[in-house]
Ligand binder design. Sequence first.
Ligand code: ADP
Length: 421
Amino acid sequence: MQIAVGYRVWRAVRMFLIVVVLSAVFGAVYFVVSLLFPAYLLPALLVSFVSLLTIGVVAVGSPDEALTKWHEDQMLSTRELYATLYTQSPVPYLTLDKSGRITTCNQAAVRLLGRTVEELIGTTINDRFTHEDDVHLSVVLGKFEAGASILDSEIQFRTYTDEIRWVSLYYFVNQTFDQRLVSLIDITQHKIVDKAKSEFVALATHQLRTPVAAIRWNVELLERSLRGATSEKQATYLMKVARNVTRMLALINDFLSVSKLETGTFATSPEPIELSTYLPTIVEEFEGQIKEKQIQLTTEYLPAPFTYTADSRLFHIITSNLLSNAVKYVRPGDRIAFGYRLEGNELVFTVADSGIGIPAEQLPRLFSKFFRASNAMQHRAEGTGLGLYIVKESVEQLGGTIAVQSVENQGTTFVVRLPIA
Ligand code: ADP
């Protein structure tokens, strides 16, 4: 309604301005006509009077009224539509003022939080978020306070009935109205199913590992005891069995690591690791492939010696997977730089290569489970797409972050930052 009043005022002002401008134009014309052709003054006056009248009718006339009414109706119905969508949506929505106090909320939010609209208005929700990972929680709360938007952050939320629910949090900051829109999508059920799946995978892979490891040992024994006594064909069959059993075991170990990291059952025990003697052992794991592909490897361990305290299995997962990928995704003769340096109280571990790189549009999915870039699949058919996911989970377990920079056909750099206790 307010908009309609504003529109009428504007229309009156607009008409007034048009009349003023036209009067000035016509006045000038009369002046010239009265000087040059005094006889035509009367018809000129009549024509201008009719023109002004027509303009007035057009400016305030009924067609404009109808248009305004139509606009008003449209706006009302749009506003009603949004109000209904907001209140009736199954997704819990809250709006907050800039100090974080609730100004409105919908029915789904009332159901999730366990309080009435009246009880919720004026309260804050910051203290209701929890997470087993303090770093994640402080990042989310920091963004809340700084008024930075948050997209799809999985976090735990304590309701007013003291239930802990998993929510996917979206936080939009509307700069124009200094308002925040929060949506809290309840994903508790999804998390429970996910956990059950991970536990099943952990159990199944754990049970599979022992017999598959036994097959591998026995194939090795068979190869050794039959050495020289097998035909070329038989030797090839045995080699294929051995290679596939090794791959199966690697896959089982990856699945086991994923489920342990996801269910939080990866038992860690920090121990001192002297990096300048530990990292060369990681390089040794890939010495054969490095030689075969004639890779130019440079290492930089600064400072050396340096002792970093962390769970050695997690640190092994990180360093060995990143170097293994670099070796896998470089072409013969390419370069790899591998090493660490210190920055403030962070250990910065870097693996950079001049290999096939990652297509820019696929980079955002790089750390997802089972992701393999299209060029990697052409370059090397085998691969599970689990390595980087496990690396990221392991880095986060150690309280660190991982970042990547890559240009297709030019190379890739992974930088892992780990806090030094
Ligand atoms: P896998 O190597 O078994 O496919 P990972 O999870 O280790 O699985 O890696 C996922 C994908 O990330 C790879 O398939 C590849 O597309 C890409 N990738 C990882 N490291 C590199 C690298 N150094 N250079 C180019 N691509 C890489």
